[in-house]
Design a protein around this ligand. Structure first.
Ligand SMILES: [Zn+2]
Ligand SMILES: [Zn+2]
Length: 641
């Protein structure tokens, strides 16, 4: 899984398809594939014969402070045809199909009212605390990219502008150097014109102060013919130093050059790029015939949402395939650089807002999660790692799973069956036992816990069995803390009482197992959300629970994990999730019709507001444990629907 923003500068150094008009591409004198920008000043200078071609005088049609005539527009990026671009143009390629194919068909015999029930379509607007979240909670790719030498580039430019300045006499400059150096608005058109004149006067190239081998140049991009102010720097190509050009960002007072594009008349760095479209792309290796391999990428680019579909797709696929070829899981799966296939988009979605794109990413990658947990007609490789779980799109998810032949249903356990369910993970299950109260932090051990309220559950692990600080304000921004913060703020506004949020110790394990058990518990909690199960620890009736775990790491689970996940749902909720084979010709009744007839949760959902009794709002640890014959609030309240 990749999403949210831009990868680091280093990401872009890996197997870049040459057609993509990023800064390094067409600029190397001796070939398109040199990647490494020199980091050490010790790098020997390339011979002068390898210097890039520079412009010697200004285009007479370019207006004041500009290098290109006014009518110059961003170049059509489809100019050159390469191996990669023909792959992208190959509409005939289709990846192998995948269809759910369980080892045995499971029949659900109807014994209890809920038996055979599937995903509950909630059909309500998701409350803030239940929304899909990704960046900020468990993904931090948005870190600022630090360009090398930016301060020196700025100094050189301001030096050129002020020295060549016609209007400011020398003594004013010397008396008050801040006048220019603190100009946060950047250069005016007049000052930019002075800058260009100064560079042209020196032959189109000016050395950057204190940066040997680096120069400011005015350079025409070979493909697009657009002229830019660039930094000429040294890069290594097959062990040989070469010169390459990076366009400077044209945003006022920005002297960065990362991810500026040669086909833009006014290139912008990653920070100043004007994001107009958010895309989600599903990629697969081109010409893979035996496996279904997929990965999702989400990002924002400067293409207009109103552009023709073909342009949007072209630009998005270009960006996505580059992003994918630099992603960790892609490189891990294809360790040999020269043998890496070209990524090909199999689906693309474009949106005006990042929230819409994130919902799409969550839906697509959650379906990928179920494919990874199930067995299919074709071997499946999911290269997504940490994915955002999909909330509020139960109907879409159900439909898509059924299209793949998967029908998520449930079966209620009888009291006798519940007695027999054992904890499926390594370590010790503590909930409802005497040992639960005796736990202390222990070297080499981790503790698994759940945080619950009348309408949510969250799973995690900790180094301590003591949760007194777990939900302290400002401590963390995970789904459980955010739930508490948001519901408390809302209750304060409404003058109501916020839901009670309780942390409960579940189990102990070796530290080496903590993340894997946690991932399976998170998925169990997610399945419980889809099936509309209720908090089994609460004595009072509860509403259908939402999972507030926002992400899960798919690299920690595979098709063997599903039975463990189901067993944990059985243990905790007393319900067995079933991934039945869905046959669309069988003409099954949609879940929604069957469930909505008796959907009468209002009274239950409001239990804390209406007749709140603090003594009763204690979690009942016994209810969730297998040793209890008590049928728990979950199933009791469900009998009415
Ligand atoms: Zn910038
Ligand atoms: Zn990435």
């Amino acid at each position: 899984m990749e999403g949210g923003g831009y990868s680091s500068d280093e990401d872009f150094e890996v197997t870049r398809p040459p057609v993509f008009a990023k800064r390094e591409e067409e600029e190397q004198v001796d070939g398109p594939s040199a990647k490494k920008r020199a980091k050490k000043t010790a790098t020997p200078l390339p011979p002068a014969s390898k210097l890039l071609v520079v412009e010697k005088k200004k285009d007479p049609h370019a207006p004041l402070g500009k290098l290109n005539p006014l009518e110059t527009t961003d170049e059509d990026k489809r100019k050159s045809v390469t191996e990669t671009s023909s792959v992208r143009d190959d509409q005939a390629f289709e990846p192998p199909t995948w269809y759910y194919f369980p080892k045995e068909e499971i029949q659900v015999e109807k014994r209890y009212p809920r038996d055979g029930r599937g995903i509950i379509f909630r059909e309500v607007d998701l409350a803030e605390e239940f929304k899909v979240r990704y960046a900020g909670t468990c993904y931090s790719n948005l870190k600022e990219i630090r360009d090398e030498g930016v301060d020196l580039i700025k100094r050189t430019i301001l030096d050129l502008v002020s020295t060549e300045s016609l209007s400011s006499p020398q003594n004013i400059y010397e008396d008050s150097p801040e006048m220019i150096l603190t100009q946060d608005e950047g250069l005016s058109d007049e000052q930019r014109e002075q800058l260009f004149t100064a560079i042209f006067d020196k032959g189109g190239r000016v050395p950057i102060i204190d940066k040997p081998g680096w120069s400011l140049i005015i350079h025409r991009a070979p493909n697009s013919g657009i002229i830019h102010l660039c930094v000429e720097m040294i890069a290594m190509h097959k062990g040989t130093p070469v010169y390459e050009a990076s366009r400077l960002c044209t945003k006022a007072d920005c002297y960065k050059y990362n991810q500026t594009i040669s086909t833009d008349v006014f290139p912008k760095c990653s920070r100043h790029q004007d994001i107009k479209m958010h895309s989600v792309v599903k990629l697969t290796p081109y010409n893979e015939k035996n496996l279904v391999i997929q990965m999702h990428v989400q990002f924002g680019i400067s293409t207009n949402l109103g552009s023709p579909e073909s342009d949007k797709n072209y630009n998005a696929e270009l960006y996505a395939s580059i992003h994918m070829s630099s992603s960790r899981s892609w490189i891990k799966y294809y360790p040999i650089k020269d043998a890496r296939p070209i990524p090909e988009a199999i689906s693309m979605y474009h949106y005006g807002t990042v929230e819409e794109a994130l919902s799409r990413l969550a839906l697509e990658s959650t379906i990928g999660m179920f494919m990874k947990l199930a067995l299919g007609t074709t071997p499946f490789v999911n290269l997504d790692d940490i994915i955002p779980l999909c909330y509020g799109m139960e109907k879409e998810l159900d439909t898509r799973l059924k299209e793949l032949g998967m029908h998520l249903k449930m079966r209620e356990l009888s009291p006798a069956e519940r007695m027999e369910v054992t904890y499926p993970f390594p370590g010790q299950y503590l909930l409802g036992t005497q040992a639960e109260k005796e736990q202390k932090p222990e070297k080499g051990k981790s503790f698994l816990y759940t945080i619950t309220s009348r309408d949510m559950h969250y799973f995690g692990w900790s180094n301590t069995p003591d949760f007194k600080d777990r939900l302290r304000r400002g401590n963390r921004t995970d789904g459980a803390n955010e739930y508490k913060r948001i519901t408390e703020a809302r209750a304060k506004l409404d003058g109501t009482r916020a839901p009670t949020v309780t942390s409960s110790l579940l189990a102990k394990c070796d530290v080496t197992d903590n993340t894997q058990i946690e991932a399976k518990m998170i998925i169990a909690g997610y399945v419980a959300y889809l099936l509309g199960l209720r908090n089994p620890l609460r004595k009072l009736p509860s509403g259908r629970g939402y999972s507030t775990n926002k992400c899960v790491s798919l690299s920690l689970v595979d098709s063997d994990s599903w039975s463990d996940i189901c067993q944990f749902v059985k243990l905790f909720w007393g319900v067995e999730p079933i991934l039945a084979k869905f046959d669309k010709d069988r003409g099954e009744m949609p879940n929604f019709i069957a469930d909505s007839e008796n959907y009468s949760d209002d009274k239950v959902e409001n239990s804390e507001d209406e007749d709140y009794n603090p003594d009763e709002d204690e979690h009942n640890p016994e209810a969730g444990s297998s040793s209890s014959g008590d049928h728990s609030t979950d199933s009791n309240s469900d009998e009415s629907d």
